[in-house]
Design a protein around this ligand. Sequence first.
Ligand code: AHR
Length: 654
Amino acid sequence: MKKTLSIMVVICLAGSISAQQQTMDLVVNVKKQGAPIQSTMYGLFFEDINFGADGGLYAELIKNRSFEFPQSLMGWNSFGKVEVRSDGAPFERNPHYVRLSYSGHAHKHTGLENEGFRGIGLKKDETYRFSVWARSAANKAPQKIRVELVDAANNPIEGKELEITSGDWKKYEVILTAPKEESHATLRIFLTSEGPLDLEHISLFPTDTWKGRDNGLRKDLATALDELNPGLFRFPGGCIIEGTDLETRYDWKKSVGPVENRPLNENRWHYTFAHRLYPDYFQTYGMGFYELFLLSEDMGAEPLPVVNVGLACQYQNDGEHCHVPVGELGDYIQDALDLIEFANGATSTQWGKVRAEMGHPEPFNMKFIGIGNEQWGPEYPARLEKFIEAIRAKYPEIKIIGSSGPQAEGKDFEYLWPEMKRLKVDLVDEHYYRPPQWFLDNAARYDSYDRKGPKVFAGEYASHHKTRANNFESALTEASFMTGLERNADVVHMATYAPLLAHVDAWQWRPDLIWFDNLRMVRTPNYYVQKLYGHHAGTNVLPLTWNQAPLTGQQGLYGSAVIDTKKKEIIVKLSNTSQENRPIVVSLEGMKKKMQLRPEVETILLQGGQDEENRLDTPDAIVPVSSTTTLNGSKLSTDVKPYSFNLFVIGYTD
Ligand code: AHR
């Protein structure tokens, strides 16, 4: 009995001591305003993967609109007398078109149906612009077609007649209104006169696109990107700039000019993973470099285009013979120089004129260019050097981004970093798709980086849980890791999560920041982490310490602090990766006399279960929740809830 009592006393004492110990005294030193946080710090990485562009952000609803897929009628169901032809097409880089002719009987039809990208999504009462290039191929014009929206049960729900009045190629348009919502509609077109007639570039766009543009973007997705408040927009991707072979690399010059004449390119994500084969995945370049620069501008983000360095994807190509010899890089280097001219050049220059003709005479003020993606070995610096010489000579103000390869450490990484220093690139792109624990273990990764060398661009990263889900664990570990990016803003100048978008029925890679189907989208918990950082980036780092050391996982807590001298706010970010509540006191020290703290503190909490996710049917399972706490003088006493990410926004006057 005596023994039991004393054990109980010991347990109680230990309990009360540990309860006392649990209050963590954190200090934010306001006097020691540190490095400026670059406006580019939190940005977006965009790639046409997972139907991210065609079938996703690009609002075109018709797949294979120019009949240029290798199987000319892929995506189309044809009936009656339909012929694919290539004589006398209106657009030289898209030579195919279809001819619809009389079926041979008045009661039989000739026409086409398009299945869209895993169906066509229609919203009730919304209007859709159908357009087509057409000509009458008969001696006598006019000819007629009927254009219909057909629901998943095969009922035509809207239809209009279109008269093709000329024997010359002309563009025709008609507006269709969807009387009901339909996630898997098809577009049907059939001949209602005798024919024949020719059709090319058959297109269907919602009229309600982002900013109302004709060749526009899907509004809900573009809005979600804009709401992240990105400071940087990297495009057109990673591996797709390299190409499975050089022939199929992303060629920006093919992605500008009239949309009807942009040629089709392969999309490597069609076949990169044999277990996720998408034979109908191609790039139309419909959302090309002009549209991507425009989107950067709309979002207030610095554009960061990336170009091929003369190396085809090194994962798929072994040996020098697959790449451009170092002495023959001329055209590739010219592409990079011309790109800068396209973005920034006067309208009197060759490429500045192209931009102006597309509707943007003002320059896009591009400041950064990426040369190469995930490259490795001596073949990369040998080529990069040539690009650097040419760009520095003509555009010394442009900042150049080199690569440290596909891994965040190891042989290639160790080789490339010194090479990037030798070549004096401005920033080095690092990629890490790693397990959640890696992100926690690497929260102090940049604390010891060389301050004198190139800056860091964390260009592709995501916490890959074993199920590859966008669960809260992945989001919380990213949030924790990002406190380390923020604390080291003197060396880390840019960071972009990857990939950005994924269609639920057509993805190749996960996790991804935003998931969507034909009508809906869902912001993942990872999205909210990015959003919280994007909106509360601050202007300068402030030291945040516990026991005089940065908070990099002690008691499961990770933290950083910034000051925003424009908004007059001090922002503390804390993540708690433990399952325990953590009482804390944050003391703001070193304030100038005239600095008055506002007593009301905005607190934003993102909390969820480890495996919890947001899904299309339950998009708001994990969302940030705001409340207020009161400051006690210059101290904030609060709890950091178990398994949560927290922001504390403290306003001040000075
Ligand atoms: O983000 C998906 C791919 O991951 C990128 O295309 C590539 O750069 C990386 O391997």
